[in-house]
Design a protein around this ligand. Structure first.
Ligand code: DGL
Length: 269
């Protein structure tokens, strides 16, 4: 079972932030990555759509024989982590709880900011998780819909990225937070811009880091951590592979081949 791959899913390239961390920390593991570009953005979908998409993708990944699945998307985690865990017997790992545990440990002034998609923000998954662990912490949120298309097109430090970031971060700057959770996996690739605008003294929490540690812990506990050899990677998108490849190449610093996965055929439940 150790040799079986780990599945990762996101609406697009955001989940590669988690994959990068996994490749750094667990380079022996085999990876199957699924980007649902055709149905992006997830942040504007409703809960039942998101549950359906997540379950469909996990079924697809199970056909690739995965031993565990990381929902490398905050929106899909907020909407469907619980139903997915109930539905499948393999370990399913989300990104929200690991990010919250990290943020709660690191804040000094007990004022945490969250930027995320519209769904994740309105669903309140982050504030609820923070209050559960540390009720004294004050939480400030904002959603940033323009960020996802900017990341997908590789505009990590473009002037328009700075421009929208200034608007989105304004209320959080006013709130005097000392810790900011990047509550959408895409935002990991905008750290430079976000840090410059919010101020370098504000700690940025990237869920990718703690999620990978959580994944490692679960695989070790189950005795299915792959400790030898070099990991292989396969990448799928429901969008256009040639379009996705361009930005993925910059992110992964490697020219990976992306295959097209069709919604409605192999993805039918
Ligand atoms: N990357 C996803 C997340 O972490 C969602 C992006 C989207 O709206 O499609 O929330």
């Amino acid at each position: 079972m150790k040799e079986q791959p780990i599945g990762f899913l996101d609406s697009g390239l955001g989940g590669l932030s988690v994959v990068k961390e996994v490749k750094r920390l667990l380079p022996q593991e085999n990876i199957e990555y699924f980007a649902d570009n055709q149905r992006q953005p997830y942040g504007e979908k409703n809960q039942s759509e998101l549950i359906k998409y997540t379950l469909q993708i996990i079924y697809f990944l199970l056909k690739k024989n995965i031993k565990a699945c990381v929902i490398a998307c905050n929106t899909a985690t907020a909407a469907s982590l619980i139903p997915a865990k109930e539905h499948f017997s393999i370990p399913i790992i989300g990104v929200i709880q690991p990010a919250v545990e990290d943020a709660v440990k690191r804040t000094s002034n007990k004022r945490i900011g969250i930027i995320a998609t519209e769904f994740t923000t309105k669903n309140q998954a982050y504030p609820q998780e923070i209050k559960r662990i540390a009720p004294e912490i004050e939480v400030f949120s904002n959603f940033c819909p323009e960020f996802v298309p900017l990341v997908e097109t590789g505009k990590f430090t473009a002037p328009e990225t700075y421009q929208v970031a200034r608007e989105y971060l304004k209320p959080l700057k006013k709130a005097r937070i000392d810790t900011l959770i990047l509550g959408c996996t895409h935002y990991s690739f905008l750290k430079k811009v976000i840090s410059e605008i919010i101020g370098q003294e504000v700690i940025l929490i990237d869920p990718a880091v703690n999620t990978t540690l959580e994944l490692k812990k679960i695989l070790s506990q189950k005795g299915i951590l792959k400790e030898r050899g070099k990991g292989e990677e396969n990448y799928y998108t429901t969008g256009l592979p040639e379009k996705v490849e361009r930005t993925a190449k910059i992110i992964l610093n490697d020219n990976k081949k992306w295959r097209q996965a069709k919604v409605g055929s192999g993805l039918n439940i």
